[in-house]
Design a binder for this molecule. Sequence first.
Ligand code: NDP
Length: 486
Amino acid sequence: MTERLTTQSGAPIADDQNSLSAGARGGLMLQDWQLIEKLAHFNRERIPERVVHAKGSGAYGTFTLTKDLSEYSIADHFRGVGKKTETFLRFSTVGGESGSADAERDPRGFALRFYTANGNHDIVGNNTPVFFLRDGIKFPDFIHTQKRDPKTNLKNPQAMWDFWSLHPEALHQVTILMSDRGIPATYRHMNGYGSHTFSLWNDKGERFWVKFHFKTLQGIKNLSNEQADQLKGIDPDHAQRDLFAAIEDGDFPKWAVKVQIMPEADAEQYHLNPFDLTKVWPHKDYPLMEIGVLELNRNPENYFNEVEQAALAPSNLVPGVGASPDKMLQARLFAYADAQRYRVGTNYNQLPVNCPHASKPNHYQRGGAMAGTGCPFHGSAAGSAGDVNYGPNTQGGAAQQAQYAEPPMDLAGAMDRYDKTVEDDYAQAGDLFRLMNADQQQALFDTIAATLSQASGEVQEKMLEHFRQADVAYAAGVKAAIDARR
Ligand code: NDP
């Protein structure tokens, strides 16, 4: 039998097609609550889109551990070969609005959640191992140059290249962005990276620094500028369509999960700052170690509920996994949860996609907008340490667990705003350039020239000097490509 149509408060509706009016041709009645509820709710159907990473796609999956990491970490999902942990992964572009095309040249978000037995562990990464900046204080300025100009409401190549020309630290990521990997063919055909340096710690109180890598098992596939331009018109949602269809068809995408691990003390001696997000750790120094496979195998039932409201945050760490002194990570530890509170609401962690599926939440935080549903996976109300709303207490409420204390971390130095321009910003950009074959280098030159040629002469000169520092052939190629457009 068809279910009955009701108002939000459950009253059966007799007629949902005709508004209540005074006479057949008369005005509408204020007492038509059905109409008012429908229109009022419709007006509130959208929440603020993410200020970055607004356009995205998501799916659930499974992480299967193939190498035990107990010697490095007490994290539940990294212990016991064969252990399976439920995951959720949201892919995205960065600069475009929520309706923008999937085929933009833009980094891709790769935001992975593990629903572990000790809480949610989120790795809010990208498809690139590095980032444009190494200090979060620059992030709002940088994003302003990537989004629309405040006056023209158009993308602004001058602003973009002006900013990059003043930030040589961006050159490594700019080189990746402008390379053949700058427009992945789909979300399935690209790698993911945790990008930041995180830490692992074990039951002996030892700490290790770690980088996470997710290598696509579908193979890397990219779009040329021409293919992307065509696709943006034909199917602006092609990556969403591809991911959803693949999972629906049972063709589950997979990534090999790998880590690079550095003993805590090595960081002091290493020839580069291992907490600088503009740098990779070269594989020859710290080889990749395969630890498992990530598979996406379940589409969300409702895009808005589960993908738009998915609220991942790098601050979602679990015992055995910690942060590092990476300055960008430190800024993101604050910024993401703050953005989710603004965007979704104070109690965003009670929504089914966000609450800890495999670990019952028990705390003394109470109230706030939309409180009360709790985590549906545990059949309990919010917080739910019984009726008592303070801790510690003598009434059997939830108690702290000293065995999960993170080992102390030594810090040194005077408080100051340190000038970070002393780092080498060019070597790794040059290494990447020299990895490319002649066709890839030519495509890089042409792609850079397409927008750099629209920037002022002064900015072009500054950029050419940066390219020169990375590799003289890099600068010569870009210059020739700009000249060819004149
Ligand atoms: P390796 O020769 O050991 O590895 C090169 C890496 O570059 C591979 O991981 C490869 O990914 C990746 N790569 C190839 N083309 C591109 C591209 N257009 N954009 C982004 N990544 C690409 O090198 P090293 O470890 O010594 O590093 C050399 C350079 O490689 C670095 O400066 C960095 O730019 C880049 N790189 C390094 C990574 C690292 O963690 N060490 C990770 C990614 C890039 P794949 O294996 O999937 O083909």
